[in-house]
Design a protein. Structure first.
Lengths: 138, 248
């Protein structure tokens, strides 16, 4: 049997009670994606903190800003941020695709198709990204 | 196609075993045979002591749910030939106590289901002479998907939250609560929300989404749960912001 017993049958309770194994999330690809999606929140939080540290450095002085840039260019931080970016992309893609399940808006009595909801989110992301690029490079 | 397939079937005889073991049976593979047909062949021709539930053989009754190669499936809707050359593993539905062989104890769900009042609740019943409660096709459409649940428990077997936290009220019960909430004839939403807003209610769900993937009737319990969370959150904000008189 692939599951293990927390407690097997007893005289009082002849039923067998299966237990969930510690590594249950490695048994199916969908469980693994779920756990990685949950884990991605930590990386989202890290990138928020990173942004705040950046804003603080800019607010302090030019020297602090330069120091921040040097720190941000260190190999371990670049590695961390590349991993964080991958998790944020996973976070974004998975949550965008789950949104139509959580929200079922109706327009003129008809349910908005899921593809339209997902598409609208990517469109919103594109607009915000374009504004950020324009502010940074413009 | 091979003529035979080996079925590895989980056996648990409470009078003899302390935990389940495996027994292998070789059954013929016929194009139209389902996993349930294989089990029926074993029961009728090979080993009459094998215990499992089934009834309708057509995906309506919801009795024959089992884990087939680790996936919760209705065995009457799962073809043996899809698992050729085999072997195919048949286990009782995950997360439920096993009574015998492939038969699980569903008492936990039976206790939970009435807590969400899955029936039409009216503040005041309309007199019989006023006729039936009418609904437009759009009003029917609003809840129809969630009314297709056959209580087969595949969603509970797929849900890791239910496995880890057995107090979680679970996907099917919440989908059925939503089915009645969305019914234009019903006025019991408040009553159900009071139950589902508890920790073991909708907030137990972490949106793994497996319930929806395994549902043989396309009920989408994960959607019902997330919409309930939204409703519960709106209600909490209202409770916080609005004066008492305006809250309902």
């Amino acid at each position: 049997m692939s599951t293990q017993a927390t407690h097997g049958a007893t005289q009082q309770d002849p039923r067998y009670h299966p237990a969930v194994p510690v590594f249950w999330w490695t048994r199916k690809a969908s469980y693994l994606v779920f756990v990685l999606r949950e884990l991605s929140s930590i990386f989202v939080a890290w990138l928020v903190l990173f942004l705040l540290l950046f804003v603080r450095a800019v607010g302090r002085s030019e020297a602090a800003y330069e120091e921040f840039l040097d720190w941000a260019a260190s190999p371990w931080l670049v590695t961390l941020n590349v991993i964080a970016l991958a998790f944020v992309v996973l976070h974004t893609v998975t949550w965008f695709s789950l949104t139509p399940q959580a929200m079922a808006p109706r327009v003129r009595g008809r349910r908005v198709p899921p593809a339209a909801i997902i598409g609208a989110q990517y469109a919103g992301l594109a607009v915000v990204s374009a504004i950020v690029v324009w502010v940074v490079l413009g | 196609m091979a003529d035979d397939i080996t079925m590895q079937v989980a056996r648990y005889r409470p009078d003899k075993d302390r935990e389940p073991g495996w027994q292998e049976y070789v059954v013929p593979v016929r194009e139209e045979w389902t996993v349930l047909d294989g089990l029926n062949h074993v029961k009728n021709e090979v080993d009459p002591t094998l215990a499992y539930r089934w009834s309708c053989r057509m995906g309506i009754c919801g009795s024959c749910g089992m884990n087939v190669n680790g996936e919760p499936r209705l065995t009457c809707a799962t073809f043996l030939s899809d698992y050729a050359p085999g072997p195919v593993r048949v286990e009782p539905l995950a997360h439920f106590p096993v009574i015998r062989d492939l038969v699980v104890d569903l008492d936990d769900f039976m206790q939970k289901l009435p807590r969400v009042s899955p029936w039409i609740i009216r503040d005041e019943e309309q007199p019989v002479e006023d006729g039936e409660y009418l609904q437009t096709p759009e009003e029917l459409d609003a809840y129809k998907q969630f009314s297709m649940c056959i209580n087969c428990m595949l969603c509970y077997a797929a849900c890791p939250v239910y496995g880890l936290e057995p107090d979680f009220i679970g996907p099917a019960a919440i989908a059925l609560a939503e089915r009645y909430d969305l019914d234009s004839r019903d006025q019991g939403a408040r009553q159900r929300l009071d139950v589902l807003i508890e920790h073991e209610g909708v907030y137990g769900c972490t949106f793994v989404g497996e319930c929806t993937r395994v549902c043989p009737k396309h009920v989408d319990p994960a959607a019902a749960i997330q919409r309930y969370k939204l409703k519960a959150a709106q209600e909490s904000v209202k409770m916080f912001l609005l004066p008492r008189a305006l809250r309902r």
